[in-house]
Design a protein around this ligand. Sequence first.
Ligand code: GLU
Length: 484
Amino acid sequence: MPTVKVRFAPSPTGELHIGGARTALFNLLFATGSGGKFLLRIDDTDLERSRADYIEKLLSAMSWLGLTWDEGPVYQSKRLDQYKEVAERLVTEGKAYYCYCSTTVLAEGRSEAKKDSKAYLYPGTCRNLREGQEESYRREGVAPVIRLRTPDEGTTVVKDIIRGEVEFDNTNIDDLIIIKSNGQPTYNFASIVDDLQMGVTHVIRAEEHLSNTPRQQLCAEATGQDLPVFAHVPMILAPDRSKLSKRHGATSVEEFHAEGYLPEALVNYMALLGWSPGAGGEEEIFSLAEMAKRFDLNKVTKTAAVYDVTKLSWMNSHYIRTYDLNKLTDATLPFFEAKGLIELPLQESEYNYLMQVIAVVRERAKTLVELAEISDYFFIDDFDYDEKGVKKHFQKENAGFYIRKAAEQLRTLESYDHNSIENLYQNLCEELEISLGRLIQPTRLAITGRNAGPGLFEIMFLLGQNKTIQRLEHAANIIESDQL
Ligand code: GLU
């Protein structure tokens, strides 16, 4: 058995979509799990739609996800000579031929077929040109395409690990163009030539390419080389089973990044779109290495996978909770900056403060955007008080008096830490003959503007003695002056 080699071959015509990223991931998992190599190839022969900035974005999206490749990137646009050489060899061997049919003639054929509601199939006009005809076309300056001679009868059977044997009727496959008149190869030809020349053993790609496979297979057979193994992975659909699109929220890796998903969460989630690790289905959290160990193409489903943002968010919150704190802090920096809560670069003390804040709030965030949102009061003083909270906690009898009392006593506290704050609050409530809640609730609202959040004494400790007292006094003033 040759060493396994797989490839991910995106076209740089847009951002990396979750479907593409999942294909890349399956390739990587399979390569890693079988001790093989993962090649990154950029299918950039579509001159009109390929863009250099998409290539850059693609590479950075893959790096961000941690999908590292062993070889490449290889650019198809730099391999035009290779495609031409193979195509010309096929012409010499009589397996392909130059076709001079004009686009007008072809268009006519297509519209005729359309009238009869049939798919257009090239009739093979240039298969056997009369002697001298080719020269005369050339003299006229007609730029030919090269077409592969395909069988008129029989079937082409694609053997696919996920889908089994899929049979295609050769009468539906016409003599496909392999080199266009501008010298560029077509996708079907370039793709298989590369796979063969680069020693790709397994082609793992999106289901939408299954219908291209018999054509690629016929090209491979014409060159006399062995076929790679094919595996077409299922589509990813939206929850309503329609095509996943912008209206369902983020769809590109870049958008998920911007919405505050962690790469490990996205990778973990994507791996389970169409694959399940088998026994013990409740296990869902896996590292890349662990997934690679378990990954099995035979366990990839044929049926479409349904995207579920709730599950992704759940997974993301798991990773936020368990992530290395330093790494998490680093990942959140742009999100805090975007909300105007910090200014980069941070001083060491500011960084440490942010890290402590994150340690306290991370239990409660599903995304990094949310994490920054729920931490605002740690960084700004002019937040609004939650309206319901005002009615419930500030407009209750003596609320202003209680929190002013708390502020007074906090000022005298010598060692300002979690335990001493808690003791102070307990003693004060006993003294005032009120329940702890009567003091805690207006305090929380006064110092955070919110009714819920992490442990109050933790927040008070982090904010520091002065800021806590100021906020309590400020709220007491407002309550007592009836400015609510
Ligand atoms: N360039 C093709 C695409 O982006 C990939 C084709 C393949 O994997 O063979 O859809």
